[in-house]
Design a protein around this ligand. Sequence first.
Ligand SMILES: NC(=O)c1ccc[n+]([C@@H]2O[C@H](COP(=O)([O-])OP(=O)(O)OC[C@H]3O[C@@H](n4cnc5c(N)ncnc54)[C@H](O)[C@@H]3O)[C@@H](O)[C@H]2O)c1
Length: 252
Amino acid sequence: MAGRLAGKRAVVTGAAAGIGEGITRRFLEEGATVLAADLDPSAVAPAGPGVPGRLEAARLDVTDRPGIAALAERIDREWGGVDVLVCNAGGTLTQYPPVLDADEDYWDRMFVLNARSVFDTCRAFVPLMRDGGSVVTIASAGVVVHKTGFGVYGAAKAAVARMTQAIAGDYASRGVRANAICPGTIATAAIQRMLATAPDREERERVQLAGIPLGRFGTPRDVGNLALFLASDESSYLTGTVQVLDGGATLG
Ligand SMILES: NC(=O)c1ccc[n+]([C@@H]2O[C@H](COP(=O)([O-])OP(=O)(O)OC[C@H]3O[C@@H](n4cnc5c(N)ncnc54)[C@H](O)[C@@H]3O)[C@@H](O)[C@H]2O)c1
């Protein structure tokens, strides 16, 4: 079976766990060659028997500018270019302050991890899309709805969504498309860590689930399915979009 991404060379950041792992798995199932880049490449799960794609793991810290550039240089040398880039690595810190209680250090760390990282990764890898390509960024539903404790994170993710649209506009003439995914609550270790900070974890989880019309948290595979569509030629007329994927949670 050829697969929907047969012949595509993809780079996925933060690929060892959670959403990044879900995306990597879907890409491999559909025949892509995937560079799974993560702080901990030893944690990248093998492709498994019968999976048509090819997997390579590499160490990458998306807050490390020279490290990103060096990895892009090596991949260009060895692969001769890339077709798909998924900027997924990012996340929250361990505190969730009301927005103006965040200090400068919190703001800076949040923006380096979530926004500057996407800028740097795109700057390094988009020039490698010589035959066109697809950029997929993972922003957050926090771009469109406010939740106390996620103000600075939401601002950094809003920067990601807008930057994605800017890439779409500036590089369309070179055949590069760019779309952002804004996930709601996706069941990953990051969400477990966040729920664990609540005084009553079960009540917090119950309230959160009650706010999702489809009645469940999303899965990494749900995000993988949308990323697959955005990466594939099936979405060849789609660019500059910001797609909320949240089981209806932002309907209000
Ligand atoms: N889980 C959710 O509900 C949710 C919702 C909206 C947006 N997101 C976004 O999705 C992305 C992935 O979140 P997740 O829940 O899968 O997280 P996770 O913590 O479950 O997994 C994150 C992965 O990224 C890697 N990573 C962390 N920092 C990195 C760095 N500096 N450089 C390279 N790799 C790094 C980790 O090693 C890990 O493998 C993040 O950008 C997050 O903000 C998640």
